[in-house]
Design a protein around this ligand. Structure first.
Ligand code: PLP
Length: 360
């Protein structure tokens, strides 16, 4: 057995999961094995919703593999990358015994999934310096090895802080943790970043997994399609831990259409426009007296510190502009996170901040 699967919960290593009707591999033309309706719902104009969907449609795995530069057997698609996070924690961590390392302030789902599983949480805070927030990867490695952690979650580009970790440093950490711990790099915002993805490094680093999603740059948040890219044996194991029919058929159709060349070309143009708008907005926000600091960002959002974040938040709400209040987050008591909107959205944001009480 490989050292990678040795890290998985021992009681799940030979777990076959639920044998759904779609996993039998049987062939036929009269389908009477899944208690489906033989008729379509009157509202189902396309007439393809009365059968259970494929758990992992080959066309979708192929399209995602092509997009991310991996092989289809390295892709597990699920209900957003949130599901991938949850599956990883459940597959690797025994309640009350195994730990997960996270780097706050960071995307909250790693800690939520750990909590739900009863996994221990080890926190290695980001360090703030002149360049912005950076993960101390040496300390992360120390915490993982000392605490016997099974999983390290790193977000790059990081939400909500915006910076990316250098690829070489992440790979060095994976190397250090090899055989001991899985390094999960959440690349939800990689589409907006200049740095290359770690997806192409999976073959050289079996204890590396990469999370990607169609929710952000591909504008399909409602379709709930995300994936974990990992070693084929880990993908196969996670598949057995996943719900029987995790991908709704209409969502798969939408994702496949979004991954056609025409739609992909549009997505790339949009992403470039968002990056340009982000840099324009960053420069403008930095000139406002109410703003103490705007961090550089590789994502489709900006993290800002305000002289009075509460007043800024209320000024924005009064103008109908809803941003993310981070005042309850560790080290971010004066911070708001602002998604990059359309040029009109961003103009509304700027004028609310310029006109509000916070400006006075
Ligand atoms: C938005 C976000 C996700 C969630 O993506 P879904 O695919 O919609 O579940 C994952 N990670 C980070 C860091 C995010 O910001």
């Amino acid at each position: 057995m490989s050292t990678l699967l040795d890290l998985v919960r021992e009681d799940l290593r030979d777990f076959a999961g639920y044998a759904s009707a779609r996993r039998t591999g049987l062939q036929g033309s009269v389908w009477l094995n899944a208690n489906e309706s033989a008729w379509c719902n009157a509202a189902d104009a396309a007439g393809n919703a009365h059968r259970y969907p494929e758990p992992q449609p080959a066309a979708l795995l192929g399209a995602l593999a092509g997009l991310y530069g991996v092989r289809p057997e390295q892709v597990l698609a699920g209900r957003g990358s949130d599901e991938a996070i949850d599956l990883l924690v459940r597959a690797f961590c025994r309640p009350g015994r195994d730990a997960v390392v996270v780097t706050p302030p960071v995307f909250g789902m790693y800690a939520v999934s750990a909590r739900l599983q009863g996994a221990l949480l080890r926190e290695v805070p980001l360090r703030e310096g002149p360049e912005g927030f950076v993960a101390d990867l040496g300390a992360v490695g120390d915490a993982a090895l000392a605490g016997g952690a099974k999983l390290v979650f790193l977000c790059s580009p990081a939400n909500p802080t915006g910076q990316s970790a250098p690829r070489a440093a992440l790979l060095a950490l994976a190397e250090r943790l090899r055989g001991r711990c899985l390094l999960v790099v959440d690349e939800a915002y990689a589409d907006y970043a200049p740095a290359s993805s770690l997806a192409r490094d999976l073959d050289a680093h079996p204890n590396l997994a990469v999370l990607r999603t169609l929710s952000k740059a591909h504008a399909l948040a409602a379709a709930r399609i995300g994936c974990v890219l990992a070693a084929p044996e880990l993908v196969a194991l996670l598949r057995n831990c996943q719900a029987p029919y995790p991908l709704p058929g209409p969502c798969v159709q939408l994702a496949l259409a979004a991954l056609e060349p025409g739609a992909l070309a549009q997505t790339r143009i949009r992403v470039q426009a968002v990056v340009a708008e982000r840099e324009r907005l960053r420069a403008e926000l930095a000139t406002l007296p109410a703003v103490r600091r705007v961090y550089p960002s590789d994502g489709n959002f900006l993290l800002l510190r305000f002289r009075d974040a509460g007043t800024a938040f209320r000024d924005l709400l009064a103008a109908g502009v809803v941003v993310r209040d981070l005042r309850g987050w560790p080290g971010l008591g004066d911070a708001l996170r602002i998604s990059i909107g359309s040029p009109a959205d961003n103009a509304a944001l700027l004028s609310a901040l310029q006109a509000g009480k916070v400006a006075a």
